[in-house]
Design a protein around this ligand. Structure first.
Ligand SMILES: CC(C)(COP(=O)([O-])OP(=O)([O-])OC[C@H]1O[C@@H](n2cnc3c(N)ncnc32)[C@H](O)[C@@H]1OP(=O)([O-])[O-])[C@@H](O)C(=O)NCCC(=O)NCCSC(=O)C[C@@](C)(O)CC(=O)[O-]
Length: 313
């Protein structure tokens, strides 16, 4: 069982840095059926850039037949403002995607993605886990030759929508392969948000046997409302990076029923409460969420965003 008393003993007062990667413009929007206009995506990224994030994931160079929402990747990466100290990773599944990204001349970082489940991998990239890892080697080497940083993702680290529970050993193996391929960090994705403190703890204990905590980030979808609890478990195990999306936007087109990522606003409130320095201005993030809702006619807000904007009103 996960030891809660261990958590309270180790609450810290020192302001350690915790890196939050904002993935709303990519992971948050990729499953949206209605196309979000390019100028709204660009403005969203520009506003996020001013909030203090060190990384704002902006789009995917995937096939527009597979993910139509990301079809405007060329325009998005060319039109956004780039701020010093902020990286703008783009998701890349294969060599054609990388070549298209490189041709824009503005890419500073890519994210490659593998999975810990063959069934999900086949649905997501039309290749098994091993096949996709082999293909990724060409992508990572060409990116590194071009001085482009490479981040890796592993999907389905706790459970798969097609295969059920994931074996932690498989997650560890895929994470190791991504690091060997040249990724500077691997983000562990609970794609369908089924993880609990026990299953996430078991998975991390296994992965941490072969991958150091400073090479890991966590990426929790909040389908079952467990994402923040799972971040706490990850923090306690020494992980100091997490992905989240504005207002908890998102889902995965190849994982039915998966809701968005952990909301950035909720994550920031949690991290500040824990005593971390994120360098991110929560108020500006909430204003960005309100602007995005107005621009797109949405109403979805994070819990923290709803609470703080109600107080503002
Ligand atoms: C990987 C492929 C392309 C293979 O798809 P495929 O059909 O096997 O590829 P193909 O090589 O046979 O090519 C088919 C067509 O796509 C074109 N094509 C081929 N590659 C590209 C490309 N890069 N950009 C643009 N076009 C491309 C290619 O030129 C061809 O065009 P056609 O001849 O039919 O006109 C496809 O499966 C794909 O795009 N998959 C992406 C799926 C995706 O984006 N999923 C969501 C992201 S992963 C995620 O969200 C999880 C994560 C990261 O957030 C972490 C977590 O939460 O777990």
């Amino acid at each position: 069982m996960y030891n809660i008393s261990k958590i309270s003993r180790s609450f810290s007062t020192k302001k350690d840095f915790f890196r939050v990667v904002e993935v709303g413009a990519r992971d948050g929007l990729q499953a949206e059926k209605n196309f979000v206009a390019t100028d709204i995506k660009v403005e969203l990224i520009n506003r996020l850039s001013k909030c203090g994030f060190k990384a704002v994931e902006v789009t995917s160079f995937v096939s527009p037949k597979w993910v139509p929402q990301m079809a405007d990747h060329n325009e998005v990466v060319r039109q956004i403002e780039r701020h010093d100290g902020v990286n703008y990773p783009v998701l890349v599944p294969n060599l054609p995607g990388l070549k298209n990204a490189l041709a824009t001349g503005v890419i500073d970082e890519i994210a490659v993605f593998g999975a810990a489940s063959d069934a999900f991998s086949k649905k997501n990239v039309n290749a098994t886990v091993d096949e996709s890892l082999k293909k990724l080697l060409d992508v990572t080497s060409l990116a590194l030759e071009n001085n482009i940083k490479v981040r890796g993702y592993v999907s389905c680290v706790v459970g798969c929508p097609y295969e059920g529970a994931t074996k932690p050993e498989v997650v560890a193996k895929v994470a190791e392969k991504l690091l060997e391929a040249g990724c500077y960090e691997v983000s562990l994705g609970d794609t369908i948000g089924v993880g609990t403190v026990n299953s996430v703890s078991r998975m991390l204990n296994t992965v941490l046997k072969s991958v150091p905590a400073d090479k890991l980030a966590v990426h929790f979808h909040d389908t079952y409302g467990q994402a923040l609890a799972n971040v706490l478990v990850s923090v306690e195990k020494g992980i100091r990076a997490a992905d989240s999306s504005l207002s908890g936007l998102g889902g995965c087109p190849y994982a039915k029923g998966a809701t968005g990522n952990l909301a950035t606003e909720d994550l920031l409130y949690f991290l500040e409460g824990y005593g971390f320095n994120t360098g991110i201005n929560l108020d500006n993030v909430i204003s960005t969420a309100l602007w995005f809702n107005e621009a797109t006619g949405r109403t979805k807000m994070s819990r923290v965003g709803a609470a703080i904007s109600a107080k503002r009103a």
